[in-house]
Design a protein around this ligand. Structure first.
Ligand code: NAP
Length: 246
């Protein structure tokens, strides 16, 4: 596909789902700003793969939980790409712990990255999209609608993502900015690959479609949400979980 002269910023795009989204959007014709936290080499790989597809790309190191860093990143992105049309709020962390084992530092980190980080980026993106319109896509999780023991903190953060999606959709609709979310189930990434084999088997049995999803399948939904098929859809959470939550 031809370059559509539009820019997408994907947070947490050095690996996993974020990287798949960045590559998929490049295939759709977007130039892509690749955000990441610390892994310079992996971010550079994502940039190189996007450039191979014939699109412009650059890496932006910024901790999304740090407002000043996020403001600086958006300034730089606009300077390099001249605008932002799509934000994929993807950078997130999971640190499972049962209630009585929750550690204060881990709790703060999860709230800061998974909730505050999404607000920081949505706010900066809205400022840039206010005259042109745009799309904000929040990566939530099936854990926002399905109780999983040990995921109290994670599911609370993703529940917050679902509620912010609805509220921001209403607030930003007059500006022609849509806000939607994707709630993936088990997706094959480093997160899932680190689960012991017997646990993986147990999780697989819980998925009606009998397999884990791929990062590419989440990216395909992101691409769909950027297409005309989603022109009239806003404030929705699409559960992409092979039936796990049914
Ligand atoms: P992942 O493989 O662990 O990758 C995380 C990405 O986020 C990396 O690019 C990392 O950058 C970046 N990141 C982490 N903290 C950051 C911060 N503070 N600021 C900027 N970037 C940061 O994760 P994933 O499995 O692809 O998950 C991506 C999203 O999907 C998360 O929101 C997660 O909750 C959600 N999700 C995942 C699954 C699943 O099964 N995998 C299921 C449901 C939902 P560095 O490489 O620099 O560290």
């Amino acid at each position: 596909m031809e370059n559509n002269n539009k820019t997408a910023l994907v947070t947490g795009a050095s690996r996993g789902i974020g990287k798949a989204c960045a590559l998929r959007l490049a295939e759709c014709g977007y130039n892509v700003a690749v955000n990441y936290a610390s892994n310079d080499a992996k971010a550079a790989e994502t940039v190189a793969e996007i450039e191979k597809l014939g699109r412009k790309a650059a890496a932006f190191k910024a901790d999304t939980s740090d407002l000043k860093a996020v403001q600086g990143m958006f300034r730089e992105v606009v300077k390099s790409f001249s605008g932002i049309d799509v934000l994929v709020n993807n950078a997130g962390v999971v640190d499972d712990a049962y209630l009585l084992m929750i550690n204060e530092d881990s709790l703060t980190r999860s709230l800061d990255i998974n909730i505050k980080g999404y607000f920081h980026c949505a706010q900066q993106a809205a400022l840039k999209m206010i005259k042109t319109g745009g799309r904000i896509i929040n990566i939530s999780s099936v854990s926002s609608v399905l109780a999983v023991e040990g995921q109290g903190v994670y599911s609370a953060t993703k529940g917050a993502v679902n509620s912010m999606t609805a509220t921001l959709a209403k607030e930003l609709a007059p500006r022609k900015i849509t806000v939607n979310a994707i709630a993936p189930g088990f997706i094959e990434t480093e997160m899932i690959n680190s689960i012991p084999e017997e646990k993986r088997e147990e999780y697989l049995k819980a998925v009606p479609l009998g397999r884990f999803g791929s990062a590419r399948e989440v990216a395909d939904m992101v691409a769909a949400m950027c297409s005309d098929a989603f022109n009239y859809v806003t404030g929705q959470v699409i559960v992409l979980d092979g039936g796990l939550s049914l």
